[in-house]
Design a protein around this ligand. Structure first.
Ligand SMILES: [Zn+2]
Ligand SMILES: [Zn+2]
Length: 359
């Protein structure tokens, strides 16, 4: 690092006035508004820094005592840092806040499929930290208050002067008496032992919207643990688990189910009802129904989570071939077979296979 006196072009015993004049003269030449060249800007920085150091009598004395900094400004954090520490210019060092943000919490809610179809209100119990109502989070026994730490005098830091090449350098470390808070609690609140919060079971009414899926994680901001000393609360995460249903499946926002249709109903058509989550639904079976056919009941599925409306209910048909026929029934089928000689057993093209279309 260049010598500050040399940078300004003044003698080591130059007066304040001489230093100021030298700086003004150089600044007029090098100021970025006047001289945009990169070298000029670099020099302007050096000149300005030299002036900052030498124009202040205290920092000039420090500089003179320390002489030239053999490490260069980068090697030692620069003079600015040291002076900040000395004269309180930095401001970033002070007592730390006792308040901390609370932890996030995670719980699981078990839902049945019908609760997911329409949405449901659930009362959840959470074991968590809540604000201490005795001290309202300020940690002190009611009627008492925190006092300024008499060791660090509220700074939260203990400063120590160390002699170095640069003169006296101040180092600071957190105060052990107040643990850096700057204040101590002479009489901690008995209910929270000076923590400002206590453990409690808390009930939360959770409105679960229709359409949530198994594995979804809901975030309830500010519903987690209250922080230390009444600090802001963390978030509560709720993992949604949906139990499988014995009859209905779910495919996106559609519900699915399978109905078994006797052969004669599949041939001739029929009217039937099924019990869905909406209650009894009339289902019309068209004549000529095949295994794998799907009957769709529009709007009878799961509520959409992010928009209005619902998915569909898809009913898949499974034709039941009769077994254990008596003599008369067998005879009827034999007659039918004679009348339908054109029907034959054959290979089906894969692409037109009903099984390929099954959903
Ligand atoms: Zn308390
Ligand atoms: Zn202290």
């Amino acid at each position: 690092m260049a010598d500050h006196y040399e940078v300004l072009g003044v003698a080591r015993d130059a007066s304040e006035d001489q230093i100021k004049k030298a700086y003004r003269k150089l600044a007029r030449e090098l100021h970025p508004d006047v001289n945009p060249a990169p070298e000029a800007q670099e020099r302007f920085k050096l000149v300005t820094h030299a002036y900052e150091v030498l124009s202040d009598s205290d920092s000039r004395r420090q500089y003179d005592q320390g002489g030239q900094n053999p490490f260069g400004s980068a090697g030692f954090g620069g003079f600015g840092d040291i002076f900040d520490t000395f004269f309180g210019g930095g401001g970033q060092r002070g007592p730390r806040s006792r308040q901390e943000r609370g932890q996030d919490a995670l719980i699981r809610v078990d839902l049945k499929l019908d609760e997911v179809v329409f949405g449901v209100e659930k009362e959840l119990e959470v074991d968590t930290a809540v604000l201490c109502t005795t001290c309202n989070g300020d940690c002190c026994r009611p009627g008492t208050s925190m006092v300024t730490c008499d060791v660090c005098r509220g700074a939260g830091q203990i400063q120590r002067q160390v002699r170095s090449l640069l003169g006296n350098v101040v180092t600071s470390s957190p105060c052990g008496t107040c643990r850096g808070f700057g204040q101590t609690i002479p009489e901690p609140c008995l209910d929270c032992r000076g923590q400002g919060r206590v453990r409690a079971r808390r009930k939360i009414d959770l409105n679960i919207p229709g359409g949530v899926e198994d594995g979804l994680r809901l975030q309830l901001s500010g519903q987690g643990e209250v922080g230390f000393a009444g600090g802001p609360s963390g978030d509560l995460y709720v993992d949604v688990a949906v139990a499988p249903h014995e009859t209905f499946g779910r495919d996106g926002d559609d519900l699915t189910c399978i109905i078994e249709v006797p052969l004669h109903d599949a041939v001739l058509g029929a009217l039937t009802t099924i019990n869905s989550f909406d209650g009894e639904e009339r289902v019309e079976l068209e004549p000529g129904l095949q295994t794998g056919d799907v009957i769709t009941l529009k709007g009878k599925g799961v509520k959409h989570l992010r928009e209005s409306g619902r998915g569909n209910l898809r009913i898949q048909v499974q034709v039941k071939t009769p077994t254990k026929l008596d003599a008369k029934q067998k005879e009827i089928f034999r007659q039918l077979a004679k009348l339908r000689k054109a029907d034959s057993i054959k290979l089906v093209e894969h692409s037109s296979s009903r099984f390929g279309k099954r959903r």
